[in-house]
Design a protein around this ligand. Structure first.
Ligand code: F6R
Length: 251
């Protein structure tokens, strides 16, 4: 028997982000007070942008410091140098890191320019770094229309680890507008695996808009299957979905 993660449905994404950001600020403060850095797993894409804006607001208000925060991003496109405007390195600087007090050495994002012969070692080192940091306290997720978390496309095993993945055609289509056309969207990425993600002690998945309603319902109430990697969250002891009214409208 599995018990589905709670679906917390808010009037809009702003309210969901305010709620979760306040919870996260409390978590970081209490972990820091216990004498160690807080370890956060971070996501990119459209969904977390208003959440990061709220974290920046809390930071500016003196209610959240990243001085003792260590971060691990879920994924990075293969072939994109950190300086490429669509790389997740650029995204994270633009949307969060440039605006808060996180020490540069505490930030971890897979290297999209790693040569093929070093890729496996790079992925293993990423896993080692997560373990060395004490594991992830809080993992932020979005969900793709394929049901992916990170870039764990349909067929990704429950126990998969950080590795090279091939992007689903739907995922590439969704990314095409920001890359100025499908031809410019990378075909592969490095992504934490389902197993890596599921080891986080607490997980929050965010989803906004009608376009996510069907896959949110499938992930929460459908079978636990590698066809929808977000369905594995049903088996996590402390995962919750933070939804706006539209994303929760099929539940
Ligand atoms: C991003 C990631 C992806 C996205 C998902 C949703 O780091 O790993 O799983 O969270 O593709 O993307 P958006 O938020 O753009 O709809």
């Amino acid at each position: 028997m599995t018990e589905s993660p709670p679906a917390r449905i808010f009037a809009d994404s702003a309210e969901a982000c305010r709620t979760l950001a306040a919870e996260l600020a409390g978590l970081v403060a209490s972990i820091n007070a216990s004498g160690r850095p807080a370890v956060l797993g971070l996501a990119t894409g459209r969904t977390p942008i208003p959440f990061y804006a709220e974290l920046i607001r809390l930071h500016r208000a003196g209610e959240l410091s990243f001085a003792r925060v260590v971060t691990f991003n879920l994924d990075e496109y293969l072939g994109l140098p950190a300086g490429h405007p669509e790389s997740y390195h650029s995204f994270m600087r633009r949307e969060l890191f440039d605006h808060v007090d996180i020490p540069a050495e505490n930030v971890h994002i897979p290297d999209g320019t790693i040569p093929p012969d070093q890729l496996d070692a790079h992925c293993a080192a990423y896993e080692d770094a997560i373990r060395a940091a004490g594991g992830i306290d809080f993992q932020l997720l979005g969900i793709g229309r394929t049901g992916h978390i990170g870039f764990n496309e349909p067929g990704s095993p429950r126990d998969s680890r950080t590795r090279k993945v091939e992007l689903d055609p739907i995922t590439r289509q969704d990314a095409a507008p920001s890359f100025g056309g499908l031809d410019h969207v990378p075909t592969h990425a490095i992504s934490m695996g389902c197993g890596t993600i599921l080891e986080a002690r607490r997980i929050a998945l965010l989803a906004w808009g009608k376009g996510k309603a069907a896959i949110v319902k499938e992930a929460l109430t459908g079978p636990v299957t590698d066809r929808v990697s977000a369905s594995f969250l049903q088996e996590h002891p402390d995962a919750a979905f933070y939804l706006d009214a539209e994303a929760g409208s099929d539940l």
